[in-house]
Ligand binder design. Structure first.
Ligand code: M24
Length: 524
C-alpha cells in the first residue's frame, strides 16, 4: 500500500466549505479504510454471513492477485454481473487494484441485455454470481468472453501470489469504474468515472451538513447503480456496520431495521411509499429511523407528509439529485433545509447552471431551463461514443442533464420537468430506444415508440405505441409478453396502444412530445 500512498499527497484539494479531498486511487483509499479494521462488519441479511472490514481487505488483495494470474491486464474491462454480495466489494477492489476496470451490470439483466452490454463495453472477462451464472455462461460461450468465477467463490481464493506486488498505482484521471446510463437519448452507454471522480464524490456525499453519522446502515440500493455504489463507499468511509440486502424482500428489510436500528435510510421514493402505506410495516418496530434520504426520482410532498404522519419518529425526509454522469449526488437538501419539493443546493465542489435548452445561455430571470452540472465529479465521458460525448458535455466540462429546473435566489434547485427520453421506473433507468429496438424485432410489429407514464408505485412505467405489420394479428398481451421474455422486470410494459402510424419528423425522429400530449389528454 505504501507505493500507492505516494499519490495521496500530490493531489490534495480544498473547497470553500473546508472539505479536503485527496485524489488517491479508489482501491488504495478503500483498502486503507478496510485493512486492519476487525471491529466493523459487513453482513448479508439474506444469508446471515458476516465479514469484518479486514477480511474484506484481505479478500480484495487475494482477488487482485488471482485475477492477475488469470491474465487480466491494466485497462481491461471486466463485466461484474452480480447482486449485492459480501464479496462484491472484494471483486470491485480486486479488479481496480490491478488497474483493470469493473463494468457494473444490472444483475437482473436478461441474456439479451447482458449480451448487448458486453458487446458495447468490449468486456474481456466476466464475473457473475451463483444466482445469475447461467446467463453469464451463455454470454461467455456466445461471445467468447472468459467467465472467471462467481463472486461467491472469491473467499476461496488462496493467496498463492504476492498480492501487494501485484497492485497497480492508478493515476487520478484513469478510469476507475464504468456504470451505465442512456443519457439524454439512445441506448445505455458506458459512463467512465475516474478515481478522481470517485474520491470527490465520496467526500462530497459525506459532507457533514448533508450526512449525519451512521454507526450502522441498512443498504438496500443495488451497488451496481451510482446511488448504491456511493452509499457503499460512504459507509466504508464512516466505518459503518453494513447490513445489506441483495434484493428487496419486505420482511427481511423491515426485520433488518427492527433488529439493527439504523437512524438513516437512503432509498428511492417507491421504498418510502412502501413504508408510508403498506400494512405489514406496522408489524415491525422501525422507530430507530430518524432521517430518510431519497434520490434518483422525484419525491412528492404528499409522500413526505404521509410517511412522517405514520412514522413521527422520522424527523426529516430529504432528497438529493444526481446522475450516473455526475458520479452521484450533485445537489442535496441539507439537514436544516425546509424547502420541501426542492432538491436542495449544490454540494461542495459542484456547480449548477440553468440554461436555455440546447444552448449554453444562462436563464437570468429565475425561470426554468436545462440543468447543467460541472465540477470534479463529471464523468470522463461515455465509452467509445464521440457523438454522445459531443452532445452531452460542453466545452467547459459541464454535463447536460436533460432535466428542466429552476433555481431560487438562495441557490436552491427545483426539478420541474424532464426533457430527455429517459423513463425512471422505481428510480432505475429505462431507455425508450432500447425497448423500441426490441419491439421492432417482432415480426408482427412494423414500428414502435415508448414513453413513460405516471404510476403511483413505480413513479413511471413504460407505455408502448405500436403499429402492427400489415396483416399481423397482434394483441396487447402479445406485445407485453414479448418484452417480458427478453428484458428485465423494470422494463415491463404497463400498457400498449395500437396506432396506424407513429408520429415522426421527416428525419425519422419520434415525436415523443405528441405522444405525451396524446397520453395526457387520454388520462384527463
Ligand atoms: P441516474 N428528482 C427528480 N428526478 C431525479 C432526481 C430527483 N431527486 N434524482 C435523479 N433524477 C432523475 O440513474 C433525473 O432525470 C441517479 O438518479 C442518481 C445516481 C446517483 C446518486 O442517476 C436525472 O437526470 C443519486 C441519483 C442520488 N440522489 O440522491 C443522492 N444520490 C444522495 C445520496 C446520499 O443516472 C436522472 O434521474 C446522500 C444524499 C443524496 F442526495 C439520473 O438518473
Amino acid at each position: 500500500l505504501g507505493r500507492l500512498l505516494s499519490y495521496q499527497s500530490l493531489y490534495e484539494c480544498e473547497d470553500d466549505h473546508g472539505l479536503v479531498v485527496s485524489e488517491a486511487s479508489t482501491h488504495h483509499n478503500m483498502l486503507e479504510q478496510l485493512s486492519g479494521n476487525t471491529s466493523n462488519t459487513v453482513e448479508n441479511m439474506m444469508t446471515g454471513k458476516v465479514m469484518t472490514y479486514d477480511e474484506i481487505a484481505g479478500n480484495s488483495l487475494k482477488t487482485a492477485s488471482k485475477l492477475k494470474a488469470c491474465g487480466i491486464n491494466v485497462g481491461d474491462h471486466v463485466m461484474l454481473y452480480s447482486p449485492n454480495n459480501e464479496n462484491y466489494i472484494a471483486s470491485l477492489l480486486g479488479i481496480m487494484a490491478i488497474g483493470a476496470i469493473p463494468c457494473l451490470a444490472n444483475p437482473a439483466y436478461t441474456e439479451y441485455e447482458l449480451g448487448a452490454l458486453c458487446k458495447s463495453s468490449d468486456a474481456k472477462y466476466l464475473i457473475s454470481s451463483k444466482v445469475n451464472n447461467q446467463i453469464a455462461q451463455k454470454i461467455s460461450a456466445e461471445q467468447n468472453i472468459p467467465l472467471l468465477c462467481t463472486v461467491d467463490d472469491m473467499a476461496e481464493f488462496s493467496a498463492d501470489c504476492d498480492p501487494i506486488s501485484d497492485l497497480h498505482a492508478s493515476h487520478p484521471d484513469d478510469v476507475a469504474v464504468i456504470g451505465y446510463s442512456s443519457g439524454t437519448t439512445g441506448l445505455p452507454k458506458g459512463v467512465q468515472l475516474t478515481h478522481k471522480n470517485l474520491a470527490y464524490e465520496r467526500k462530497i456525499a459525506g459532507y457533514e451538513k448533508f450526512s449525519p453519522p451512521r454507526p450502522v446502515q441498512a443498504l438496500i440500493m443495488p451497488w451496481y447503480h451510482a446511488f448504491g455504489f456511493t452509499q457503499l463507499g460512504l459507509s466504508v468511509d464512516f466505518h459503518t456496520d453494513i447490513k445489506f440486502l441483495s434484493h428487496f424482500d419486505p420482511a427481511i428489510f423491515l426485520q433488518t431495521i427492527q433488529q439493527c436500528r439504523p437512524t438513516i435510510l437512503e432509498v428511492v421514493p417507491p421504498l418510502l411509499l412502501f413504508l408510508a402505506k403498506h400494512p405489514v410495516v406496522s408489524k415491525f418496530d422501525i422507530s430507530s429511523l430518524k432521517y430518510c434520504v431519497s434520490g434518483a426520482a422525484p419525491l412528492t410532498k404528499d409522500l413526505i407528509d404521509e410517511l412522517t404522519a405514520r412514522h413521527p419518529h422520522i424527523i426529516s425526509c430529504r432528497q438529493g439529485y444526481g446522475m450516473t454522469e455526475t458520479t452521484a449526488a450533485h445537489t442535496a437538501q441539507h439537514l436544516a433545509c425546509t424547502k420541501v419539493g426542492s432538491v436542495g443546493t449544490p454540494l461542495p465542489f459542484c456547480t449548477t447552471k440553468i440554461v436555455h435548452p440546447g444552448t449554453e445561455d444562462p436563464v437570468l430571470d429565475g425561470g426554468p431551463g436545462e440543468i447543467l452540472m460541472g465540477g470534479p465529479v463529471i464523468m470522463k465521458g461515455y465509452y467509445k461514443n464521440d457523438k454522445a460525448n459531443a452532445e452531452t458535455l460542453t466545452e467547459d466540462g459541464f454535463v447536460r442533464s436533460g432535466d428542466i429546473g429552476k433555481m431560487d435566489k438562495d441557490g436552491t434547485l427545483y426539478i420541474t420537468d424532464r426533457l430527455k427520453e429517459l423513463i425512471k421506473v422505481k428510480g432505475y433507468q429505462v431507455a425508450p430506444a432500447e425497448l423500441e429496438g426490441v419491439l421492432t424485432t417482432h415480426p408482427g410489429i412494423m414500428d414502435a415508440a415508448v414513453i413513460g407514464v405516471p404510476d403511483e408505485r413505480a413513479g413511471e412505467v413504460p407505455k408502448a405505441f405500436v403499429t402492427p405489420a400489415p396483416g399481423a394479428n397482434i394483441t396487447e398481451e402479445d406485445v407485453k409478453n414479448f418484452i417480458a421474455s427478453k428484458m428485465s422486470v423494470e422494463k415491463r410494459l404497463g400498457s400498449v396502444e395500437f396506432l396506424d402510424a407513429i408520429p415522426k419528423l421527416p428525419s425519422g425522429k419520434i415525436l415523443r412530445k405528441d405522444l405525451r400530449k396524446m397520453e395526457e389528454s387520454r388520462r384527463k
